[in-house]
Ligand binder design. Structure first.
Ligand SMILES: C[S@@+](CC[C@H](N)C(=O)[O-])C[C@H]1O[C@@H](n2cnc3c(N)ncnc32)[C@H](O)[C@@H]1O
Length: 249
């Protein structure tokens, strides 16, 4: 059973779904504004290989975000989560999607440890319309469930897993620099630079390929939780130290 989680996915859930439907059995798309369950079913129905669609809704898809100011002047946002669970058959294989309405940081907390094959976050920003949520960052917050999201994400990822990112809402400097460097390059040119490795604590992230281009290239980063796996990867792929681009902090 392979699982993919895409927080703050908006309408882009469909592109990632189409790209991974053959490989993934269990999709979780999380967004504050998922409020049209029938719309999801209609989209799935338009795929000739999908049948036997079933939907179960837990919670209120029309729940609204409320904002209040705490006595200490902090702004507090709140929304009742809603779980739109869709199961279906794709080419005779059972699959499922959870459209999780609410704060995606909580959706991450709800995922079982060591269960995620893919994490995807892209097309986001800290500006207007963006979530300002940084999953590829270890920012501290005094509210524990939204603190150090990268550490939390790593706990959810399987030993062999992947992060898909276009560099949006990333706080690790070497990653930001790399995305800036490749932004105006063709896929072929980026392919020449890959693989590119970034080490965050004990975690190796190895960018191994480009998926597509929207605001920047969406790269597929192979995640290795133990550093010595990097050496195994180098040996397997035949890279020498001098040809291997490696960033560390
Ligand atoms: C800039 S859009 C990006 C959508 C999508 N990733 C794409 O590439 O098209 C940001 C999305 O994040 C959602 N969002 C904002 N804050 C969120 C939060 N805390 N949790 C879940 N979704 C959030 C918004 O509803 C919006 O759909």
């Amino acid at each position: 059973m392979k699982k993919l989680f895409y927080p703050c996915s908006g309408d882009d859930w469909k592109s990632i779904f189409d790209m991974f439907i053959d490989e993934i059995d269990d999709f979780i798309f999380a967004d504050l504004y998922y409020s049209n369950p029938d719309g999801f079913v209609e989209i799935l129905q338009s795929n000739d290989f999908i049948g036997n669609i079933n939907m179960i809704i837990e919670g209120n898809p029309n729940a609204k975000l409320s904002t209040s100011t705490e006595p200490d002047s902090k702004i507090h946002n709140d929304i009742d989560p809603c779980y739109i669970r869709v199961s279906f058959e794709y080419k005779n294989n059972p699959k499922q999607i959870l459209f999780r309405k609410g704060f995606a940081q909580y959706a991450l907390n709800e995922i079982d440890d060591d269960s995620l094959d893919y994490f995807c976050h892209r097309g986001d920003s800290m500006g207007e319309g963006g979530s300002n949520v940084y999953f590829l960052s270890n920012r501290n917050s005094d509210h524990e469930p939204i603190s150090r999201l990268f550490d939390k994400l790593v706990g959810k990822l399987k030993e062999d897993s992947y992060i898909l990112s276009d560099g949006s809402n990333v706080a690790f400097k070497k990653m930001i620099d790399f995305y800036e460097k490749i932004q105006n390059l063709s896929v072929e040119k980026v392919a020449e630079i890959l693989p590119f490795t970034v080490v965050i604590g004990k975690i190796n992230l190895i960018a191994i390929k480009c998926l597509d281009y929207r605001y920047n290239h969406t790269l597929m980063w192979q995640v290795s939780k133990e550093k010595n796996q990097l050496e195994d990867y180098r040996k397997k792929e035949g890279y020498t130290r001098s040809t291997y681009r490696h960033a560390h902090w």
